[in-house]
Design a protein around this ligand. Sequence first.
Ligand SMILES: C[S@@+](CC[C@H](N)C(=O)[O-])C[C@H]1O[C@@H](n2cnc3c(N)ncnc32)[C@H](O)[C@@H]1O
Length: 369
Amino acid sequence: MHYIRFLKVPRLIRIGRDQRTLTAKITITTDLGESFLATDVVVEALLEFPSGVPIPNAKQSRHTWAGKNGMRSIEVSIAVPRKHTGLLRMSVRAVERKYADVESLQDTFSPALPGGIVAVNSMPIDIDSSHTSEALAKRRFSTNLGSISIWEETGESIARHIWDAGLVLSSYISQLSPYLKTPSTTPKILPRLPNLETLLAKPNLNILELGAGCGIVGLTFAHSLPDISTITLTDLPEATEILDLNLSPANFTPKSASTTISHQVLDWSEPLPSNISSTKWDLVLVADCTYNPDVVPDLVKTLGRVRGGSRGVVVLLAMKVRHESEMVFFDLMGESSFEVIEKCKIPLPMVDDEEGQEIEIFVFGSGKR
Ligand SMILES: C[S@@+](CC[C@H](N)C(=O)[O-])C[C@H]1O[C@@H](n2cnc3c(N)ncnc32)[C@H](O)[C@@H]1O
């Protein structure tokens, strides 16, 4: 999966008395930011109202990303219609549908699409003032129930942008949710995890997410499943601000009015906060948190603490295996009496030659002593 990112947020340039242009520097990278898109694609910049409705008379501008020549960034600019006043945003996406600008959570799974390039939207910009926008960008994904919007930071902070495993797990849950009460009709495209499906069909679930980052996984669960009682997203303090924004009522409403969604700090190297240790959790979500073997022992200890004395908790883990060293997670889980009860692999759409990448999803039970 590749992501269009703003390296520099759009800024307004005035040419003469009434000509105005919005200009931004973008790049197209993988989630880790370690490699740039190495294929040529045409991207287009568009002007929209903050709601996503196109600005009348604004002409999109097209730019060629020369990935084969090793391009690492490109400046995109677009003229603002003369009469426009007030707020607007810049949206940048791949033009060719075959690359799927990953507008919907379904796109991440589509066998018809060779690769995914995730589109990006800027913060709303008031073009009547010279105020520059904050270093934030929004990704919007449509779902079978509406849409989900996720704010990210434009920089390279690990906690504050979307990761492939989180996106694919979100896509999986979003597509599975309509079939939970009638599993016999589940589309063939979805790999089956029957124990997980049985759990998710139960009422009054208490769900905890560890290392939630921007919150895409927890938000998708609360968006897709009607029977969640409590869902608590947790991460280090550096993720608090972006989680505040993404969980704010202005940005997100759970599917069910009876679902309580919240976030709080939970550091795996610390004892559990008392409200977490006193709750009986049915499911713990962990997406793309096993890439650093140094912190994995603390992560596994935290899972053990969350389980506490009860053996009922299920852990749902999504990962993109990047190094062999990540396998230590499975050894430690085994030593802590967690066992894999089911698993599946989902191919990751890639535009480049980096075929063969996949996201692995594991369901762990609490095992026997
Ligand atoms: C690669 S990001 C994945 C974010 C999100 N789950 C997703 O899939 O988009 C890993 C997350 O683990 C969190 N993390 C790393 N060490 C942690 C620790 N000791 N305690 C709590 N969270 C931690 C990071 O802050 C980061 O948000």
